[in-house]
Design a protein around this ligand. Structure first.
Ligand SMILES: *Cc1c(COP(=O)(O)O)cnc(C)c1O
Length: 209
């Protein structure tokens, strides 16, 4: 499994007529370049969970996700990379044919356990040996996730931007950015999940200030 290469991250200019006409400069921070399977922000959110799992001598990483979850694939790849077994609790019944995401996760050695929508919602974990298992929330949600995401901003000159924009699922990445950004910077987190109205209340913001 390929290593994570942080110095592949680049800051690329976005050239678009709409920006040009309005005198706006926009850059994209290319976190996607660090690894072929672990998409950038997913690794940043996982880094401190993985460190903690190692410290606690855990052997297995377990997490949750839907059939198209980049987080699940990142866990599977991180398991190979850092020497953990991995278990994915997957939302919904087992399909006749696995999604490409799940095929990939399985090929990387992840044990897939399908969970009915109701069980999934209740976070019922079919019992696997819990002792040596380190459990990570869906999407890497939590303080370690936000703290890891905060280190994303070590890879650009954060002080030159008026706004930082990102997509938000659990809001963990956005919380990390908000915690690490300069106080005058505006964070625009665009919620991309349906009916996710409580996202603002559930974000881990403000711990660092
Ligand atoms: C996973 C992902 C998100 C959502 O991250 P959260 O921390 O759950 O809000 C946003 N953007 C990209 C590119 C992602 O891969």
């Amino acid at each position: 499994m390929q290593e994570i290469v942080l110095n592949h991250i680049s800051v690329d200019k976005i050239t678009d007529a709409v920006f040009a006409e309005n005198g706006i400069g926009a850059d994209v921070l290319r976190l996607d370049k660090i690894h072929p399977f672990i998409s950038g922000n997913k690794w940043f959110k996982l880094r401190y969970y993985i460190r903690e799992a190692k410290q606690q001598n855990k052997k297995t990483l377990l997490s949750f996700g839907g059939p198209w979850s980049n987080h699940i694939i990142a866990i599977a790849a991180a398991g190979e990379l850092y020497g953990f077994k991995t278990t994915g609790i997957i939302r919904g019944e087992e399909p006749a044919e696995l999604s490409p995401t799940l095929q990939q996760a399985k090929a990387m050695g992840m044990q897939l356990i399908f969970s009915s929508r109701e069980d999934y919602k209740q976070k019922r974990i079919p019992l696997v040996s819990i002792d040596d298992t380190y459990i990570i929330n869906e999407g890497g949600y939590g303080m370690n996730g936000a703290d890891g995401a905060a280190t994303i901003l070590d890879h650009c000159r954060k002080e030159i931007y008026t706004h930082l924009c990102c997509a938000a699922g659990t809001g963990t990445m956005a919380a990390g950015l908000a915690n690490a950004a300069d106080p005058q910077t505006t964070i625009l987190a665009l919620s991309v999940l349906k009916n996710n109205h409580s996202i603002g209340e559930n974000m881990f913001i403000g711990r660092w200030k």
